[in-house]
Design a binder for this molecule. Structure first.
Ligand code: ADP
Ligand code: MG
Ligand code: MG
Length: 208
């Protein structure tokens, strides 16, 4: 993972979030306040502007500054949560222009730990964690098995999609959807869905 690939990944997330903004908002209208697509589109549009206008000191810096942008530009819960993910990912990477695949796996784990520390969600609470945790497990398993980045990212994206769909029957225990109690069951979690888009974007930009 180098500065060019990190930048391409975040631009692909921005494109995907913009293309899927209406769908994310529809999901959030069912169990939240209907702004998840708008929140993420605003945040990643600001990230794109950052990428256009900035020279980065290294690959970690791309993620740290993008995460800071999400934190400052997104009002909803998802801004600080995803902002913390990318900041933790960036801080976990070694300084310099590129990171190895094990570095990236470690950085993605730091991102999961950050979102769990900030939000307090466990697997099964119907949040970002329900897509992120299985995606990371698939990524780590692929890396441990000797896979290269494209294969590891594709496996992570599949697992994230499965995890997002598996939130449908769950009752939310964190975030706004938890106010609905059992009425949150029967709807796919918006944040788990956007986490899937983030891992799918990594798979797309690394696909051979
Ligand atoms: P808000 O709820 O402030 O309007 P968004 O609509 O942008 O923010 O994001 C909602 C998503 O954030 C939810 O679908 C859920 O996946 C995620 N989320 C909310 N609270 C938490 C939490 N404590 N931990 C992890 N993810 C959370
Ligand atoms: Mg919302
Ligand atoms: Mg909101």
């Amino acid at each position: 993972m180098d500065v060019t690939l990190a930048t391409a990944w975040l631009r692909a997330v921005a494109d995907s979030v913009a293309a899927e903004a209406d769908e994310l908002t529809r999901l959030d209208s069912a169990i939240g306040d209907g702004d998840h697509g708008v929140n993420l589109r605003r945040g990643f549009t600001a990230v794109t502007a950052l990428l256009d206008g900035t020279g980065f000191t290294g690959v970690g810096d791309v993620f740290v500054r993008s995460g800071g942008t999400l934190i400052s530009k997104v009002g909803g819960a998802s801004g600080p949560l995803y902002g913390s993910v990318f900041r933790a990912l960036g801080k976990a990477l070694p300084p310099g222009p590129s990171a190895t695949l094990p570095d990236l796996a470690g950085g993605l784990r730091a991102g999961l730990e950050a979102v769990r520390a900030l939000g307090g969600a466990a697997p099964g609470d119907k949040t970002i964690v329900d897509a992120y945790e299985p995606a990371l497990a698939a990524f780590e398993e692929a890396v441990a098995g000797g896979a290269a980045l494209p294969e590891a990212a594709a496996g992570a994206a599949r697992a994230a999609g499965d995890g997002a769909r598996a939130t449908i029957p769950l009752t939310a225990r964190k975030g706004r959807a938890s106010y609905l109690g059992e009425r949150s069951a029967g709807h796919q979690d918006p944040g788990a869905t956007s986490t899937w888009l983030i891992f799918q974007a990594l798979a797309d930009v690394t696909a051979p």
